[in-house]
Design a protein around this ligand. Structure first.
Ligand SMILES: CC(C)(COP(=O)(O)OP(=O)(O)OC[C@H]1O[C@@H](n2cnc3c(N)ncnc32)[C@H](O)[C@@H]1OP(=O)(O)O)[C@@H](O)C(=O)NCCC(=O)NCCS
Length: 168
């Protein structure tokens, strides 16, 4: 499996929409359900990421198998922060090391080429242990817990865990 990484460009948008729909089908990962992944949602985060943040995609030469992005919130006091980070790996390609390759490249790009970024933040639901452990190995630290923030859809709620990576 040969993985190529590149910046997400407009020509990739349709494939990225399809990727997010596929990934959202499996509950417990992304916050959005499949019916909440629209062209509008995806192109809005890609546009913001291109303008103020970063979007990287992984392909196997043919198909887009993963995407990661984050962008700056509008208030100037947050202009050193990348927020709303989301990473999605194609279900058929999860657990093969692609998420780690993609996320490491994302942080490397920030370390080397984005001195304006001092902090990267994300939120993961508490039950997504695999993701939380993974982010810790990349240098993210848990910063607390948002109690009962996630509606599990069955009358119960779970905590959302805010995490951040800080430039050394
Ligand atoms: C979470 C996600 C991004 C990880 O990407 P991936 O390509 O599947 O993960 P990798 O194969 O690169 O593994 C990265 C690490 O995750 C952990 N991991 C992977 N699969 C795991 C599993 N089945 N069980 C436990 N931990 C696992 C390991 O710590 C692994 O570290 P390693 O490199 O030392 O083995 C991906 O699975 C995904 O898109 N999931 C659905 C959407 C989602 O949950 N997004 C994040 C929302 S916060």
């Amino acid at each position: 499996l040969e993985i190529n990484l590149k910046h997400g460009r407009q020509g990739d948008w349709p494939e990225i929409v399809e990727l997010y729909k596929l990934v959202a089908k499996n509950k417990g990962g992304l916050a959005r359900g499949q019916d909440e992944i629209s062209w509008e949602y995806v192109t809005t985060f890609l546009r913001k990421s291109e303008k103020t943040g970063l979007s990287l995609i992984a392909t196997d030469g043919l198909t887009v198998v993963g995407e990661i992005h984050a962008y700056k919130l509008e208030p100037m006091v947050f202009s050193h922060v990348l927020s709303e980070l989301t990473i999605a790996i194609h279900p058929d390609f999860q657990g093969k090391g692609i998420g780690r390759i993609l996320f490491s490249a994302f942080l490397e790009e920030i370390i080397s080429h984005r001195p304006d970024i001092l902090r990267v933040e994300l939120i993961a639901r508490e039950s997504n242990k695999k993701a939380i452990q993974f982010y810790e190995t990349l240098g993210f630290r848990q910063e607390g817990r948002y109690e009962q923030r996630i509606d599990r859809g069955d009358g119960t709620f779970e905590a959302d865990i805010p995490m951040a990576w800080l430039r050394k």
